[in-house]
Design a protein around this ligand. Structure first.
Ligand code: T3D
Length: 263
């Protein structure tokens, strides 16, 4: 447990990261950004971790940048938001995308501003029915950051991305799932069980293969079909030599569940 995060390892291979500033809807202050980035780096270096889940404490998931850190006294110099993005949000989003294992986001309540886009930067997003996504940036004269302008059009198309970004309306979790913004929406009372089921499945899966899937799908956004076919060839070659592939085939032929080791 740190000042802004609660860290748990409920089962082998699973790390739960709970954003823990519930009185502020888990808005991200400097401390939380540092702690999140450091924790994700530690998780990435720990070969015993197979899957990470990020969720929020209390009634919100994350309300984005803590705006009380942005109140500027009359006449005082404004904060350089470009520096904040470069030093904080950019590394955070890249850390999530580059982790060589699946990152699940369990969205328990409102996800606004950078909070929404940090959620969308995770690999599998499951949200409670009462949760919502708000591209709140336009309400305060900003542009969607933390990858929002990259992720939104790719996930939901330009028309919907433009509406979400320019209007800043609340998108319910049900709508987000129907639009393909997230993996799925579940009843509030089922979020914990749905998340646990995902974590158990992912923790037992061949982590090296999942990491390759993550890299390949993300790379496809900037690749031609030819480049992507080459990438698939190289990934398959590499994975074909793995213990997990050998075990997967043996388990299939022996009609038993596989025991993957991530090697
Ligand atoms: O600055 C940079 O480094 C650049 C990067 C920017 C990235 C960004 O994320 S910019 C966008 C920042 N976020 C927002 O603009 C969202 C602000 N929050 C809201 O619009 C609303 O709080 C919500 C729609 C998320 C939820 O509304 P509601 O009615 O359910 O809750 P509430 O009453 O507004 O909030 C509850 C408490 O949380 C309240 O505190 P209080 O009055 O009870 O003491 C509220 O002030 C606090 N809170 C909510 N969001 C933030 C926050 N405090 C600080 N910063 C916040 N972002």
């Amino acid at each position: 447990m740190t000042e802004t995060l609660e860290l748990d390892r409920p089962q082998a291979g699973i790390v739960v990261l709970q954003l823990n500033r519930p009185r502020h809807l888990n808005a991200i202050n400097e401390r939380m950004r540092d702690e999140l980035t450091q924790t994700l780096a530690a998780v990435g270096a720990d070969t015993s971790v197979n899957v990470v889940v990020i969720t929020g404490a209390g009634r919100g998931f994350c309300a984005g940048q803590d705006l009380s850190d942005r109140a500027v006294a009359p006449g005082a110099a404004p904060v350089d938001l470009g520096a904040s993005i470069a030093e904080n949000y950019r590394p955070l989003v890249l850390a999530l995308r580059n982790l060589p294992l699946p990152v699940v986001c369990a969205v328990n309540g409102v996800a606004a501003g950078a909070g929404a886009n940090v959620a969308l930067a995770c690999d599998i997003v499951v949200a409670a029915k009462s949760a919502s996504f708000i591209q709140a940036f336009c309400r305060i004269g900003l542009v969607p950051d933390s990858g929002g302008t990259f992720l939104l059009p790719r996930l939901v198309g330009t028309a919907r991305a433009m509406g979400l970004a320019m209007l800043g309306d609340k998108l319910t979790a049900e709508h987000a799932a129907a639009w393909g913004l997230i993996w799925k929406c579940v009843e509030d009372t089922e979020l914990a069980a749905a998340t646990d089921a995902l974590l158990t499945q992912l923790a037992q899966a061949p982590t090296r293969g999942l990491a390759a899937i993550k890299r390949a799908l993300h790379a496809s956004a900037g690749n031609t079909l030819e480049q992507q076919l080459d990438l698939e060839r190289d990934a398959q070659r590499d994975l074909g030599y793995s213990d997990d592939y050998r075990e997967g085939v043996a388990a299939f032929l022996e009609k038993r569940p596989p025991r993957f080791t991530g090697r």
